[in-house]
Design a protein around this ligand. Structure first.
Ligand code: SAM
Ligand code: DTB
Ligand code: SF4
Length: 328
């Protein structure tokens, strides 16, 4: 890798690139760890306050019983994980949770549903939730599965700020993880979201038994989108008993940090979320992720169905690191 072209200190303020090749992304992953961290932190500081963390809270508004076969997911009806299928939550209950999240310090409220795609009647209910959460003064995000162009327009009208839809992994490894929808289906939904003028939240999962080349491929796909996702969640697989990936070998945490750094360098203006997996991560690894350019977390004791660090623990961690919430 040539020095001048790639060193962010020598090529400052270059606009974000959308033509990242796999070999360039691979070369980032292959850098000596200190060099990779230095580059990631240099890019980070040019684009963000390096002490600011975006705070989102997640709520599962429709849990379990999903027809899809995502091998990582505790909510698939195909696996016996102990997650019960529930009905869509009521508007009042959702708004109560959003209010509590706001009072605890979250600026964005993310609502997730275990659907392949929403039915129109369900979408009406979700739109009412989005309107209600927005009226509380929070940013809104939902993740509901595949969407049509018409559905994205309805969500936009209700005031939706972000839609989360992950590519999850590389195009080559994808078929080992999910067979009930294609990679292209996901890209199509992302296009609809973009065209409706909703911010895109799109990332993936590492630690599913993929190779480094798959992690490279995932980052290269994200970084080559015509517009980078405004939000890029990097999840460490939460290994849930009963799912096909329950016994997956744990990924080296430093490889997770490298993935975060590659996301930061290739998508310099995106908010990169240190997403699922923090419950099993040391605080030192989390600190390295922030150093690598992560600047968002899920805050609150639960993700969708699995545990996340408690609020006290995260407040203490933020304090120890001298980091504070990012203004919305
Ligand atoms: N059902 C919708 C869908 O899949 O598009 C929305 C909810 S789904 C749970 C949202 C995302 O959560 C998935 O795309 C996946 O990236 C992430 N996820 C699910 N289970 C996970 C796990 N065990 N570990 C890490 N991430 C997970
Ligand atoms: C994302 O990338 N991670 C979140 C959110 N988007 C919806 C979900 C993590 C789920 C972890 C497993 C669970 O709690 O069920
Ligand atoms: Fe269903 Fe989403 Fe889980 Fe896949 S990730 S099984 S689509 S809830």
């Amino acid at each position: 890798m040539s020095l001048a072209a790639d060193n962010p200190l020598i090529a400052p303020h270059a606009p974000p690139r959308h033509d990242w090749t796999r070999s360039e992304v691979r070369a980032l992953f292959d850098l000596p760890f200190p060099e990779l961290m230095f580059r990631a932190q240099s890019v980070h500081r040019r684009n963000f306050d390096s002490a600011a963390v975006q705070i989102s809270t997640l709520l599962s508004i429709k849990t379990g019983g999903c027809p899809e076969d995502c091998a990582y997911c505790p909510q698939s009806a195909r696996y016996d994980t102990g997650v019960r299928a529930e009905k869509l939550m009521s508007l009042d209950a959702v708004l109560g949770e959003a209010q509590a999240a706001k009072a605890a310090g979250a600026s964005r409220f993310c609502m997730g549903a275990a659907w392949r795609e929403p039915k129109d009647r369900d979408l009406d209910a979700v739109c009412a939730m989005v309107e209600g959460v927005k009226a509380l003064g929070m940013e809104t995000c939902v993740t509901l599965g595949m969407l049509t162009a018409e559905q994205t327009r309805r969500l936009k009208t209700s005031g939706l700020d972000f839609y989360n839809h992950n590519i999850d992994t590389s195009p080559e490894f994808y078929g080992d993880i999910i067979t009930t929808r294609t990679y292209q289906d996901r890209l199509d939904t992302l296009n609809h979201v973009r065209e409706a003028g909703i911010h895109v939240c799109c990332g993936g999962i590492v630690g599913m038994g993929e190779t480094r080349e798959d992690r490279v491929g995932m980052i290269a796909v994200l970084a080559s989108l015509p517009e980078h996702p405004e939000s890029v969640p990097i999840n460490m697989l939460v290994r849930v008993a009963g799912t096909p990936l329950a016994e997956q070998q744990k990924l080296d945490p430093l490889e997770f940090v490298r993935t975060v750094a590659a996301a930061r360098i290739t998508m310099p203006r995106s908010v990169v979320r240190l997403s699922a997996g923090r419950e099993d991560m040391s605080e030192e690894t989390q600190a390295l992720c922030f150093l690598a350019g992560a600047n968002s977390i899920f805050y609150g004791p639960k993700l969708l169905t699995t545990p996340n660090p408690g609020r006290d623990r995260d407040r203490e961690l933020m304090e120890r690191l001298g980091m504070s919430p990012m203004a919305p």
